[in-house]
Design a binder for this molecule. Sequence first.
Ligand SMILES: C[S@@+](CC[C@H](N)C(=O)[O-])C[C@H]1O[C@@H](n2cnc3c(N)ncnc32)[C@H](O)[C@@H]1O
Length: 251
Amino acid sequence: MSGLVLAVLLNPDRQSDCQHLAERLALPVLSAEQVMADSGFEFFLSYRDGALKLLDRQSLKKGGLQVEIEPRPGEQHSWPAPRKNILAQAIGKKTRTVMDATTGWAQDSLALFRMGYQLRCLERSPVLHALIADGFKRLSEKDWVQRRALEMPELIYGDAITLLGDLPQVDCIYLDPMFPPKRKKSALTKKSMAVLRHILGDDLDRMQLFEAAMSAAGKRVVIKSPDYAEPLAKPDQSFRSKLLRYDVFLR
Ligand SMILES: C[S@@+](CC[C@H](N)C(=O)[O-])C[C@H]1O[C@@H](n2cnc3c(N)ncnc32)[C@H](O)[C@@H]1O
């Protein structure tokens, strides 16, 4: 995140949450007036509409990005959702425990959670970690989660390359590192992913991550990648959709 100019935008109704967040992430807290007066800051974290949001200058007044906890279009609302899509096929029929080692906006994690896998989540960006923690808290307060007393995914902060070997073993380690884009700018890229790339850059150490996952996984490693990306090694199986591919490596 080098060179990124990020601050916490003060929400006067959640002053102490803003202060805690700023202390944890070592960021300045700015009022709306200070933000308007100082154009040096590019991104902001703030509490708005009951969620922690990542804002850019265009969304300072309204909107912003948050961990979306509702199912994506085409995904089931029921719990457990059927394990029928290619993500579930890649994760494997016999898999019970999954580690998402690259949680990001947690959309894959949340799909896995809804399909009933026992899930652990790792994230090394402190900003994304804070956004995910907020999303999981909102999820834990949902009626359908409380009624079933579902166990929430465990969220761990840190670099998977160094942590995976020390954590309890899971059946499947799931990786979705940031690959370089095919074109410089693609109209198809969702804003959340474009912002993630802008603030974090590509994950250039994905080979080390793959190697760490291969030594730590109980049964398999799954890597999600864009359709145009070369596999990191020769996979045992691949599952494809229009724009992406899941490569499966058995242990
Ligand atoms: C492309 S995003 C993942 C998107 C995610 N699958 C989703 O559904 O929203 C990649 C994320 O993995 C994280 N990441 C990459 N390498 C990591 C590592 N070695 N340890 C922990 N997190 C990592 C990045 O910080 C980033 O947030």
